[in-house]
Design a protein around this ligand. Sequence first.
Ligand code: AP5
Ligand code: MG
Length: 191
Amino acid sequence: MLNIVIFGAPGSGKGTQSEKLVAKYGLQHVSTGEILRDEIEANTELGKLADSYMSKGELVPDCIVIDMLDCRTEKKRHVKGFIFDGFPRTVPQGEALSKMLSKHEEDVNAVISLEVADEELIDRLLKRGQISGRSDDNRETIEARLKVYYRQTSPLKEFYKERGILKEIDGIGTVDEIFRTIENEIDQLIK
Ligand code: AP5
Ligand code: MG
């Protein structure tokens, strides 16, 4: 199995690059943000709870997200591998992910971190906000999401650096240019 985490701040291009990775490597895309937005859309209890955090730009509590993901990876464990997008987002989630994968003698193989300056992130998300309908794509919530990223999520970079699997990539450029750099990293991994 090939298990990749696509990592980065809000707006860094995780979703965009995940689509291309799915198309090229046939991996199963797991986006916790998308799963939660589907729950909100379906007006489930989980969706209502998640919305109360997401609309403020805060993280949904670890235990909820970890349980939700454990179920999904378990159901799909016959796939070639996973691309985790927006998960993990805290060190406890990173620990939980390794534990989940270790049940099948697997682990995360690489963490691709898309590095993009704040001004560019804000610009991209404000632009998307004009068409996305996402309740968190407005200036106030974007700023809250960035603060949460630096406070709660970015410490995971050190966590994965210590494990020798962090690949920091310049996330500015065209979508295709960035994808070529990611492809190089992954091709080295599967060589
Ligand atoms: P989530 O859905 O994961 O959102 P996010 O991390 O805030 O990031 P985005 O999806 O906004 O950006 P992206 O990096 O995918 O970039 P994209 O490719 O779309 O999470 C949302 C919320 O859910 C969280 O705040 C939290 O509340 C909750 N949540 C989710 N997972 C959780 C977890 N594990 N634990 C707890 N809570 C969780 O690109 C952005 C824009 O830029 C697009 O318009 C795109 O077209 C454009 N773009 C992409 N690439 C480029 C480029 N190279 N140049 C110019 N523009 C580009
Ligand atoms: Mg996304």
